[in-house]
Design a protein around this ligand. Structure first.
Ligand code: NAP
Length: 325
């Protein structure tokens, strides 16, 4: 059966209006629906006031539909694991093609950027929870477009899809390893390795690894460190550390402003891309040392894709109802 937008009317009884979301609805049994409804109305209000989502309101079955012309009945052909620009771009393209999908966010960021189409928020509850979600919502294919450093999510996605024999693609920008500048960087396997090598590197250190791995760097102690991240770290930071709360992407001019605060060492993850990030370009131009944290190895199930075009084509090839278009 096709689950395409516009094929069914939305029963008014199932519609919950909330700021930023035109429709939130369900059909069929949903044991957590009351919580879902409370979750989304509170979440929408708090998102508008810049607050956080209380854990008690998180519900893995909650689904939000942003599209005013669309409909959503809890089933989907494609599940996108999101939290990245690429995931948002893919959702935009597929929604434009009328594909029935849902984007899943971990809920780490307090104010996520809006994503076209239905979204859900929060962990699935491990591999078994993910398998239950995929089965319950009759998902046909999954695109793991979560960040290349979301290693646990990659692993869970691969194992759940392998167990259910579900097609899986991982969408991630290509590693920066092949860039000419990469040969001059200090490559390390993980954040502990980065912290170790930083003992010998000059201040000021610009940490651009996000807030989650910050605990690995705390043993550096009092130094001149700038932590750049979207949401502030929860840890107490040593003397001399400052937090720069900013959301990328950053222009070369903005990077120049930040580097002018005496940055001598840059720490980055190999998030990758077809081009270097402006911060890496600037580091190469100014002789700033670069410590680069490598990606983990890919899990053994699923296709590796690096462009949105490839991902759209992959969905067309693997999503069963595409053949009926
Ligand atoms: P992780 O360590 O690989 O995953 C930890 C747990 O978070 C997963 O087991 C899963 O919980 C939940 N989770 C992760 N991604 C999810 C998603 N898209 N939808 C639902 N649940 C998800 O992940 P992470 O490194 O904390 O990253 C979390 C999110 O932030 C991801 O969506 C990722 O795309 C985004 N992000 C990460 C980074 C990074 O550097 N790691 C950078 C930018 C954005 P359950 O086991 O309960 O299912």
């Amino acid at each position: 059966m096709l689950h395409r937008r516009g094929r069914r009317r939305i029963p008014q009884a199932c519609v919950l209006a909330s700021p930023g979301a035109t429709h939130v609805r369900r059909s069929g049994p949903c044991p957590g629906w009351d919580r879902c409804a409370r979750f989304w109305s509170d979440f929408a209000q708090e998102r508008h006031s810049g607050g956080t989502v209380p854990d008690s309101h998180r519900c893995s079955t909650a689904i939000e539909a942003h599209c005013s012309t669309g409909w959503f009945d809890g089933r989907m052909d494609v599940l996108i694991l999101g939290g990245t620009t690429k995931a948002r771009q893919l959702a935009t393209r597929l929604i434009g093609e009328g594909v029935s999908l849902c984007t899943s966010l971990a809920g780490r960021t307090k104010s996520p950027r809006p994503i076209p189409g239905p979204t859900r928020l929060g962990g699935f509850g491990g591999i078994d929870g993910l398998k239950e979600f995929l089965t319950h919502h009759e998902v046909k294919v999954m695109v793991d477009a979560s960040h290349p450093f979301a290693a646990t999510m990659h692993d869970h996605a691969a194992r759940a899809c392998r167990d259910l024999n579900l097609p899986l693609a991982r969408l991630a920008p290509p590693s920066w390893r092949t860039q000419p500048e990469a040969a001059s960087w200090h490559w390390v396997n993980d954040h502990d390795g980065a912290a170790q090598i930083l003992v010998e590197m000059p201040d000021t250190i610009l940490l651009t690894v996000g807030r989650q791995p910050i605990s690995h760097y705390l043993p550096l102690g009092p130094r001149h460190v700038i932590v750049r991240c979207v949401d502030a770290p929860t840890e107490d930071l040593p003397d001399g550390w400052t937090v720069l709360q900013e959301r990328g992407p950053f222009t070369l001019d903005r990077e120049r402003e930040i580097f002018s605060q005496g940055v001598a060492t840059l720490v980055s993850k190999d998030s990758g891309g077809t081009d270097l990030d402006p911060k890496l370009t600037l580091a190469a131009q100014t002789g700033v040392h670069v410590v680069m944290v490598s990606r983990g190895s890919a899990p053994g199930w699923g296709d590796e894709l690096s462009t949105i075009d490839d991902a759209v084509q992959w969905v067309r090839d693997h999503e069963p109802s595409s053949a009926e278009k």
